[in-house]
Each structure stands twice: as structure tokens, then as C-alpha cells.
Write a protein that binds this ligand. Structure first.
Ligand code: FES
Length: 102
């Protein structure tokens, strides 16, 4: 059963901002895209780079290690359709950023 977990305060995620959160052995990367909060698997599938530390341009984050890019809303990448980062549902309740975790 998915469970909603508080991962941040809204004030920690200004527009264009990001935050890495560890929960239950998984790393999540949270982003604010023009006011919309998103959450994806925070570990780059290439060699494990921290996606929350990469620069965000529009909806595309660039891995700080070797430059792979992922859309933080869809998980898709310009690298090809076979590669997709897991996207997690986000709910904002007041100031709390809640992420639906598996
Ligand atoms: S670890 Fe992310 S591009 Fe290599």
C-alpha cells in the first residue's frame, strides 16, 4: 500500500529549487517547477549521481555527474524511451509536502 510521507516544508522548495530526501532506504529528489512540486527517484540510473543536486531548467534536471537529463514531471529523458525515472505522486497539504511512497 502506498503511504503519504512528509518530505519537506513548502518553504524549503522555492520555485526552481530542489531537495534530496532519504526515506526507508530510498533517495527521493523533490523539485519546484514554477510552483508545482514534483518527486522522482533521486538516484541517476547511469552511475548513481544525486539528481536533486543537478541544475533544473524548465522541467529538465541535469545529473551533476555526467549530464544525463530527466523530466522531473514525467521521468522521461531525451536519451530514449526505454529509460524512465520513477515519478512519485505529491500532495501539498498546507505547508507540508507529502510524497506517496511505495
Ligand atoms: S551518474 Fe548521472 S549521468 Fe552519470
Amino acid at each position: 500500500m502506498p503511504e503519504l510521507v512528509k518530505m519537506a516544508e513548502l518553504s524549503e522548495l522555492p520555485p526552481g529549487g530542489s531537495k534530496e530526501v532519504e526515506h526507508d532506504g530510498r533517495i527521493y529528489a523533490l523539485f519546484n517547477v514554477d510552483g508545482k512540486i514534483t518527486a522522482i527517484d533521486g538516484i541517476c540510473p547511469h552511475q548513481g549521481g544525486p539528481l536533486a543536486d543537478g541544475p533544473l531548467e524548465g522541467t529538465l534536471v541535469t545529473c551533476p555527474w555526467h549530464g544525463w537529463q530527466f523530466d522531473v514531471c514525467t521521468g522521461k529523458t531525451p536519451l530514449g524511451a526505454r529509460l524512465k525515472q520513477t515519478v512519485y505522486e505529491v500532495k501539498v497539504e498546507g505547508q507540508d509536502v507529502m510524497v506517496s511512497v511505495p
